[in-house]
Design a protein around this ligand. Structure first.
Ligand code: UDP
Ligand code: MG
Length: 340
């Protein structure tokens, strides 16, 4: 609906759509050739079952997004699309990272509701019917929340939990223990389309959309096959996105630190003056010169670094580069199929 040139998203889907929506499952894949056949088998069985129960409509799809893999992931996806009619594929022209690949899937796949999940079967599929139930009851975004992390390594568990706490302390709104296993309704997706963010942190962004939300707990399993495609460096990059995309707190922290150090140095100067005026112990000191010099130098460098990080974001955002390019499509879901 158009209103004064702006699209409005105030038309809720009719209850018939809520009761039996066309579902698309969206899975970003990066070098996942080992796990794809099993993922396709399990998801296809799930879709068949939900169709038979009448809880999703015909035309529901399983959509793999190949994030510029260097192995035979795309070949696998194309083969699987021939074996399973509901399966389709989107191939990105290069590796753009999980968040961009996921966004591409969310903005390209058809359907009244989309569920995003990992390709490695770590996300328990039994949560999907529960998510659909929450959608039927009126929620537009349903967050899959990990009820336990026993299958994660100690390091992953500790860093992840510490990170959620840090985000909360920085005033970033986030659903605790929710990653990217989530259901979104068509109107929530259309709202997401209007965000032009270059640096994506989708789990933070979807909370900005509003709409009614719900959570569904699930147990996170171990990876079915292959190794993690999220090494420490990528994890840290995503964590940093989460902080800098949603909080200006680090900048304020510098202002605070600057104020404290300045106040401290005024006190120090007063103390030095008092020694000079009222005692005869004033020695031209090494410590009083050298220590503040290093200390202030450090604070300044830190401050410049953090400001630089934010400036870099502005620089990247000002270029307004596309976040992904689709190279090919496959599967019956995309009518024209194959090359486009
Ligand atoms: N992934 C992606 N692009 C990347 C890295 C990862 O599309 O550059 C996908 C990956 O194939 C998987 C999901 O993102 O479907 C999550 O990655 P992974 O399971 O390796 O992360 P972990 O569960 O170890 O955090
Ligand atoms: Mg995984």
């Amino acid at each position: 609906m158009e209103l004064l040139g702006q699209r409005t998203l105030d038309l809720p889907p009719p209850q018939a759509v809520r009761d039996c929506p066309r579902l698309s499952l969206v899975l970003p894949c990066f070098n996942e050739e080992e796990v794809l056949p099993e993922t396709a088998r399990q998801l296809s069985a799930l879709v068949q079952r939900l169709l038979a129960e009448g809880s999703i409509a015909p035309g529901s799809a399983i959509c793999f997004v190949d994030d510029g893999s260097s192995d035979r992931t795309w070949v696998r996806i194309s083969q699987l699309a021939e074996d399973y009619p509901a399966l389709c594929g989107i191939k990105l022209s290069a590796n753009r990272g999980h968040q961009n690949a996921l966004l591409c899937g969310l903005l390209t796949a058809p359907g009244d509701v989309l569920v995003s999940l990992d390709a490695d079967l770590q996300d328990d599929l039994r949560a999907i019917p529960a998510m659909l139930k929450a959608y039927r009851e009126g929620s537009d975004i349903v967050f899959g929340v990990r009820s336990s992390r026993v299958k994660d390594s100690f390091f992953k568990r500790a860093t992840a939990q510490g990170y959620y706490r840090l985000l909360a302390a920085l005033g970033v709104r986030i659903v605790y223990n929710h990653a990217d296993y989530r259901l979104m309704s068509r109107r929530a997706l259309e709202a997401l389309r209007e965000y032009g963010e270059t640096h994506l942190f989708l789990r933070g962004l979807v909370l900005q959309l509003g709409f009614r939300t719900a959570t569904v707990p699930y147990e996170r399993a171990a990876r079915f096959a292959g190794t993690s495609k999220y090494p420490l460096a990528k994890m840290l990059a995503l964590a940093w996105q989460g902080v800098t995309s949603f909080s200006a707190y680090p900048l304020r922290l510098i202002t605070g630190a600057g104020a404290i150090v300045s106040a401290g140095s005024i006190g120090l100067a007063a103390w030095a003056l008092a020694i000079r005026l009222f005692t005869d112990q004033a020695l031209p000191g090494w410590a009083s010169v050298v220590i503040p010099m290093y200390f202030l130098g450090g604070i300044q460098l830190l401050g410049l670094g953090v400001i630089g990080e934010y400036l870099a974001k502005v620089y990247e955002a000002s270029k307004q580069r596309p976040r992904f390019h689709v190279e090919k499509l496959c599967g019956r879901t995309f009518e024209r199929g194959g090359e486009r």
